[in-house]
Ligand binder design. Structure first.
Ligand SMILES: NC(=O)c1ccc[n+]([C@@H]2O[C@H](COP(=O)([O-])OP(=O)(O)OC[C@H]3O[C@@H](n4cnc5c(N)ncnc54)[C@H](OP(=O)(O)O)[C@@H]3O)[C@@H](O)[C@H]2O)c1
Length: 250
């Protein structure tokens, strides 16, 4: 039975991915900072789900992660780097620098450090799959997307560069790039707990759901080992790549 490690499993995409992959027959290790949420998930998913508390910005916690995983949840066949966040939507000249630091430490530093720890064993076994959760924000600029979009552009290029270093190895890498997705805590986190502002983002919009993302990952994992999707961009029908804008009297 294949074993999957999902970061950011306590809500949103990560939670839906764990639910879908356990239903598909995988054994899933779910990590996040909020252990109570992971324990709740374990109650519904049972023994095929192993909850582990992990802050991906904590390098020493990542160093010790392997010791917390019992032998029956090893080796890790699939790493899904999903933990991530956007903080703030202010223009770059007014943004809170500590928000920027948190996004870089989580979306970039956490993702690369965990990948660096897990990848060597996959290479030794000549088998494995890393799925990174990027975003359309890494490709298309939008107002207030400044550092968040830049972290996701990093994730996109890192994914392509990883596959390049893996030339000749049967280890797969995919960067998944979703557009607007509701039913997660993404905007509640972005707006620092202003839940009214967060819910207004999704009002009257037929958005992508976490189940859509989980189903996509389930499909990727169902594909044969010779098949690699490098990048995969998806949006709700309600969203399109917007055109360039021009301001008058600047
Ligand atoms: N929703 C969208 O429209 C959208 C679109 C494109 C891409 N994405 C990306 O999709 C991923 C999941 O987002 P989501 O929409 O599902 O948001 P979410 O509901 O807020 O989930 C984010 C997850 O990341 C975890 N996380 C955050 N910081 C962490 C840290 N330092 N250490 C460990 N875990 C951490 C959170 O768990 P704890 O708080 O318990 O640690 C939570 O489980 C993110 O990378 C996001 O950038 C989202």
């Amino acid at each position: 039975m294949k074993i999957v490690l999902v970061t950011g499993a306590s809500s949103g995409f990560g939670e839906a991915i764990c639910q879908k992959l356990v239903a598909d027959g995988f054994k899933v290790i779910g990590t996040a900072r909020r252990f109570d949420k992971l324990k709740q998930l374990q109650q519904t998913l049972g023994d095929a789900f192993l909850p582990i508390q992990l802050d991906v910005t904590d390098k020493s916690a990542i160093d010790h992660l392997n010791q917390l995983i019992p032998d029956n949840f090893k080796p890790i066949d699939v790493l899904i780097n999903n933990a991530g966040l956007a903080l703030g939507l202010e223009p770059a000249y007014a943004a809170d620098f500590s928000d920027w630091e948190m996004m870089v430490n989580t979306n970039v530093m956490g993702l690369i450090y965990l990948t660096r720890q897990v990848l060597p064993e996959m290479v030794t076994r000549n088998s494995g799959y890393i799925i990174n959760i990027g975003s359309i924000a890494g490709t298309y600029a939008y107002k207030g997307g400044n550092v968040y979009g830049a972290t996701k552009a990093f994730v996109r290029q890192f994914s392509l560069n990883l596959r390049t270093d893996l030339a000749g190895k049967a280890v797969r890498v995919t960067n998944l790039e979703p557009g607007l997705c509701g039913g997660t805590e993404f905007s509640n986190v972005r707006f620092h707990g202003d839940n009214d502002k967060a819910s207004s983002v999704y009002q009257d919009i037929n958005y992508i759901t976490p189940q859509d993302i989980a189903n996509t990952i389930s499909w990727l994992l169902s594909m044969p080992a010779h098949f690699n999707v490098n990048t995969m961009e998806m949006m709700p029908v309600a969203q399109t790549p917007a055109g360039l804008s021009v301001a008058k009297h600047v």
